[in-house]
Design a protein around this ligand. Structure first.
Ligand code: GLC
Length: 489
């Protein structure tokens, strides 16, 4: 027998046989189970205060080493000005897919061709050499298919994992997130690993000029058309944000102090809460998700928000409701009992049902082989999804409001990308509502969908880096020429 907490003993235990007279819904028992997902504005404000402390700790010279939220400097100082041009390769690694893109920039015009390659699970959990050999092979295939053999195009690499950057083209992975765990990569420069893999093949050449995070890609891509864009946000498999910070606040800054005296900071806010800061709002379901993940104790904020975990949180609640006989007549299915089997896309589908026909919801129940379900079950499951996705949207809003207040600019566009934000029917509206509530007076903001930031953003950063490299070469040539001249004299 399962354990029934005292507060919901009012419900009779689940029936073994089908009852011809369905019992009334015990709304109180259901509400008791889902209540921990409803947080007050005070909770969100408390969270913003501790988040600000974490951000400042990450930026501080003395405090960075022990900070959980690392606030990595990116060496990207300027946003694009629309004059970038040329052909670039871009790589995008950050989830289960790897993409190679060919991008032609011509002022504001951008043309892209791309191909998606799957990263099989055994490679995600294999060795770093295997991973980078796989990446090099995908690049080879792409170059062959696009008639690029023999060319050395400048390349921008969107690598969406926490990296301590040593320069624009050097990024040391600190720790894997989002289901990756390839041995021998943490602590190493990923550009070096990429170039080594390409050298091992010997049949292609690339010139990797810049590594960026996907948040930076989103920001750059939006800033290309709107120069008030100063925050990049990802709500997808994982979650993270970057923003433009004044150099005087970046105590570890070791780059140049030329204008503009600012740099994009990759917050890596997914790790917020790893020191227990979120314990006061964590539920038993969050704890279970964390315990069964490949990185227990890590990425606590990310696990309460992002697409890799949201479906699983919903599943755990549904299993509990079912065990207490509160849904599906107490009879779930093997699928529902399987970890990871309730996909986050189901949450978006279920919440997209606008009328009482519950078309999507019933389809999900069928996918999960749930034998008997009623309209009431549909309503309850929709309610559960709604509470969990709303909490996620509000938690992310608290993070954005905290950044906006910290930046204190009068008007900021926030570039947003990621499958959760794109496909969830209410995420955008929920966030606008909550950010507005939490924001200091006098600050205006907009959430803008960023299109293909991981590709376009990487190409834009590579374009700027390429321009600088070319300028340096020319200056060098000029200087050498002058030397030759003076030697001739
Ligand atoms: C994870 C990664 C981070 C990335 C985010 C969104 O949090 O650590 O680098 O930006 O996922 O993809």
């Amino acid at each position: 027998m399962f354990h029934v907490p005292p507060e919901i003993r009012i419900v009779s235990p689940p029936r073994k046989r089908q009852n011809p007279f369905p019992k009334p819904i015990d709304t109180e028992a259901i509400e008791n189970i889902v209540r921990p997902f409803i947080l007050s504005d005070d909770d969100y404000r408390k969270l913003m205060d501790s988040m600000l402390e974490n951000f400042n700790k990450g930026l501080g010279k003395e405090t960075n080493a022990s900070a959980r939220v690392k606030m990595f400097q990116t060496y990207v100082k300027s946003v694009p000005d629309g004059t970038e041009s040329g052909d670039f390769l871009a790589l995008d690694l950050g989830g289960t897919n790897f993409r190679v893109l060919l991008i032609s920039l011509d002022g504001k015009e951008v043309k892209m061709e791309s191909k998606i390659y799957l990263i099989p699970q055994h490679i995600m959990l294999g060795s770093g050499v295997q991973l980078f050999d796989h990446i090099a092979e995908c690049i080879f295939k792409f170059m062959k298919d696009h008639d690029l053999m023999g060319k050395t195009l400048p390349l921008g690499f969107t690598f969406s994992f926490p990296c301590r950057q040593i320069g624009l083209d050097r990024a040391v992975l600190t720790n894997w997130t989002k289901g990756f765990k390839c041995e021998g990569v943490e602590g190493n420069d990923i550009v070096k690993l990429l170039h080594e893999a390409i050298e091992r093949r010997g049949d292609i050449q690339v010139n990797c000029l810049a590594v960026i995070n996907d948040t930076v890609g989103a920001l750059m891509s939006c800033a290309h058309s709107d120069n008030s864009c100063a925050i990049g946000l990802i709500l997808g498999t994982g979650t993270n944000a970057c923003y433009i910070e004044r150099l005087e606040n970046v105590e570890l800054w070791d780059g140049d102090w030329d204008e503009p005296q600012q740099v994009i900071i990759n917050t890596e806010w997914g790790a917020y809460g790893d020191d227990g800061a979120l314990d006061f709002v964590k539920t038993e379901y969050d704890r279970k998700v964390d315990k069964h993940s490949i990185n227990p104790g890590k990425q606590v904020y990310e696990k309460m928000i992002s697409g890799m975990y949201m479906g699983e949180i919903v599943r755990l609640v549904l299993v509990k409701l079912c065990k207490h006989g509160l849904i599906f007549g107490g009879r779930g299915s093997e699928e529902l009992s399987t970890m990871g089997r309730f996909y986050t896309k189901y949450v978006s589908e279920i919440e997209s049902d606008v009328n009482d026909h519950f078309k999507n919801t019933k389809q999900v129940f069928e996918d999960l082989m749930i034998p008997n379900h009623t309209e009431e079950d549909c309503r309850i499951v929709q309610h559960v999804c709604c509470l969990i996705s709303t909490r996620a949207a509000y938690l992310a809003s608290a993070g954005i409001a905290c950044l906006l207040n910290k930046m204190n600019r009068p008007d900021v566009a926030v570039a947003v990308d990621g499958s959760l934000y794109r496909f969830h029917p209410h995420f955008h509206d929920l966030m606008v509502e909550k950010i507005t509530q939490l924001l200091n007076p006098g600050i205006k903001f907009r959430l803008m969908l960023s299109h293909d930031g991981s590709g376009k953003g990487a190409a834009l950063v590579a374009a700027v880096a390429n321009r600088v490299q070319q300028q340096k070469k020319q200056q060098q040539l000029l200087a050498n020429g002058m030397n030759d001249l003076s030697m001739d004299n």
